[in-house]
Design a protein around this ligand. Structure first.
Ligand code: GN1
Ligand code: MG
Length: 366
């Protein structure tokens, strides 16, 4: 059943009359809609309306506080460098009470952003330029936030990319086997266990001070960059829920995981799934064009490893959710999370075979 939109939109500072609301099927976490309003002069303005998943984000107020701070900071930085803040970062619409979200009597949390026109996201990488532009946009995002005071940000999902803790949660799900699904996932479980030694590499280097802690995006799926319809450039980075202290390697690694495989994230025909090295090159080139000035040599050395680790981690999270009965990610068929896990592990296996070539590509652009 669709929510009663008028009873939600009336709490926000909208101009004009609500014409329509349409579901917008993106992401595995929140419920997203596009709301169209018409002003008295006839002009039409679209907005993105989201019901925050507060099972995943358990402190929506703190989450929205982060987003408010980060977008305000970005707006200033973008203006100072001659950019257009209305297009290059998200703008929240406030409630009539001046808040960044509205809580319904039933306890749902809603927020609204102005829709950035003449841009779109894609569910597949369109070209090598697209890979380059997505990656450069994520790199630029990190560059803009270089001096953001990290201590001002709340950790919206604690230990989000703490791979060893993700690994422990996975082992616990296998051990408990509440859904009796372990019997369907024997090979996948072994695949993860065989890579256990990779899990602590990045968190250990951060703890030892070898890798810098930065303010990062942490959810750099390629469809989290709005692409300009005319120029094809990456205009704006969206989905700011997990912006918090992290590693540049989480961001680079996850963008490669999501975008360098030409098949869908949950593709069940594994023969279509691989790491495409040309796309990988696009990601490396775009990312380094925006970050080469400030990344440390070790961060650059670890780019190929980060792609592998973030793909293992994501696959492990899908598999954990499958074993726990699909309580976290939205699914559209019973084995969806298992299919997604298999896809990730096929990418990992392919990366292991091409690891040397991935390293050579990084050397060419560093
Ligand atoms: C989720 O929000 P969305 O769908 O872009 C998840 C990411 C995963 C991704 C896998 C908060 O991202 O961590 O990499 O699914 N976000 C959260 O597709 O868990
Ligand atoms: Mg997200």
């Amino acid at each position: 059943m669709q929510p009663a939109f008028a009873s939600i939109t009336k709490h926000f500072e909208f101009k004009g009359n609500l014409l329509e609301v349409k579901p917008y099927e993106v992401g595995h976490i929140h419920d997203t809609y596009i709301a169209t309003f018409q002003n008295t002069d006839g002009a039409v303005q679209r907005y993105t309306l989201q019901r925050i998943n507060h099972n995943v984000f358990q402190t929506p107020e703190k989450l929205m506080n982060n987003i408010q701070k980060v977008t305000a900071y970005l707006r200033e930085k973008i203006a100072a460098t001659g950019g257009d803040p209305a297009r290059e970062t998200l703008t929240l619409v406030h409630t009539t009470e001046g808040k960044t979200f509205y809580t319904t009597p039933a306890g749902d949390y809603w927020r609204v952003y102005i829709f950035i026109e003449n841009t779109q996201t894609y569910e597949e990488i369109q070209s090598l330029d697209h890979a380059y532009n997505v990656s450069r946009a994520f790199g630029r995002f990190q560059n803009l936030l270089r001096d953001f005071p990290a201590e001002e940000l709340h950790e919206t999902i604690p230990n989000f990319h703490h791979t060893p803790k993700r690994f422990e949660a996975f082992l616990d799900a296998v051990e408990k086997d509440t859904q009796e699904r372990v019997r369907f996932a024997g090979e996948e479980i072994e695949f993860v266990k065989a890579r256990a030694e990779n899990a602590p590499v990045l968190v250990d280097l951060i703890r030892q001070g070898e890798l810098p802690l930065r303010v990062t995006h942490n959810d750099t799926k390629f469809n989290n960059v709005l692409i300009d319809n005319k120029t094809g450039e990456g205009v704006c980075v969206v989905d700011l829920d997990t912006v918090m202290p992290g590693s540049s390697l989480y961001d680079f690694g996850d963008s490669v995981r999501s975008g360098a495989n030409p098949a869908a994230e949950g593709e069940s025909d594994l023969s279509k799934v691989e790491i495409d090295l040309e796309r990988f090159e696009g990601f490396v080139h775009g990312y380094l064009d925006a970050t080469r000035d400030f990344l440390t040599p070790l961060e650059i050395d670890l780019l190929p490893f980060s792609a592998k680790l973030m793909t293992v981690e994501c696959g492990m999270r899908f598999l954990t959710d499958y074993l726990q009965g699909d309580v976290y990610f939205k699914i559209d068929h019973e084995s969806h999370n298992l299919d997604r896990a298999r896809t990730q592990f096929k990418i990992v296996a392919d990366m292991e075979g091409k690891f040397g070539r991935m390293g050579e590509i990084v050397e060419r652009y560093r």
